[in-house]
Design a protein around this ligand. Structure first.
Ligand code: 9D3
Length: 254
């Protein structure tokens, strides 16, 4: 996958790109990231990328010409690719989005800064994306999240050590509790079922824990999760056992 990033802070990306999965993906030739300095697409002596907002107000707005000229120049170099503007006003990224974009040959990410981007830039991009409902200082942080979430889904990047299809969010549930040695840590024991070697029992326990945990912490996810009718019924029983009190942890999950 080829990912072009248009930003006023190309150096922001170098550290993360040179570590861990992104580094390995690049070494294997599965990921190429090209960083473009937005200021290189300005024409004035001061390499200006922002200006004051029409109509007044605080802060600065990113001028349209550098962004759009950068996008056009970058687009022209390489295969067709979707241009994605990182903005708090975009649709919020989720795992399904990452899975779809991981199939693409090329992505072009535009990072905004300051209070925002001139509205007319929107007409030149294919989509607008947010990474969540909290305020960042710039699109660069969001771009790194996008690169990470998408790259790990590119075939071959994770190797055989992990299969993204099986993991949390793919079946729509949170992960089950994980343990490793020692068997007792500060008085807290590893659940006995995990030490029995009964793999069918372990799988049943894990599935039930994942389900319970999701119901407790992220009930919003259950609407989209792939559950058997038996699992739906189990959740319904938990709900009834819980009553109107909203009190947590009645023991029925074990
Ligand atoms: C303080 C300025 N805000 C006014 C209410 C608007 C605003 C503009 C620019 C808030 C954040 C930003 C910078 N953020 C991004 O460019 C951004 C972002 C984010 O802040 N949260 C989640 N996803 C994204 S994608 C790009």
């Amino acid at each position: 996958m080829l990912i072009d990033v248009i930003t006023i802070f190309p150096e922001f990306f170098q550290g993360p790109l040179d570590v861990g999965m992104m580094q390995r993906a690049r070494e294997k030739g599965l990921l190429q990231v090209r960083l473009w300095q937005l200021r290189d697409f300005t024409r004035d002596r001061h390499r200006t990328v922002d200006d004051t907002p029409y109509g007044g107000g605080a802060g600065m707005v990113m001028k349209p010409e550098p962004l759009v000229e950068a996008l056009e120049a970058v687009r022209a170099q390489g295969p067709p690719g979707r241009a994605i503007l990182l903005t708090p006003q975009g649709r919020v990224m989720d795992q399904a989005w990452a899975q779809e974009r991981a199939k693409e040959e090329r992505l072009i990410l535009l990072c905004g800064r300051y209070e925002g981007v001139d509205e007319r830039v929107r007409a030149f991009v294919d989509e607008e994306l947010s990474v969540g409902d909290y305020v960042l200082t710039g699109g660069e942080y969001a771009a790194l999240i996008v690169i990470d979430a998408v790259t790990r889904l590119v075939p071959g990047v994770l190797g055989s050590s992990a299969s993204p299809v099986e993991e949390s969010f793919s079946d729509g549930l949170l992960e089950y509790p994980q343990y490793t040695r020692p068997p007792v840590f500060r008085g807290m024991e590893v659940p006995q079922v995990l030490t029995t070697g009964n793999h069918q029992e372990i799988a049943r326990w894990r599935r039930r824990q994942a389900l319970y945990r999701t119901w407790q912490r992220r009930p919003d996810l259950l609407a989209q999760a792939s559950l058997t009718p038996e699992e739906r019924a189990l959740v319904e029983r938990w709900r009834e056992a819980q009553g109107p009190s909203q009190e947590k942890g009645n023991g029925s999950e074990g």
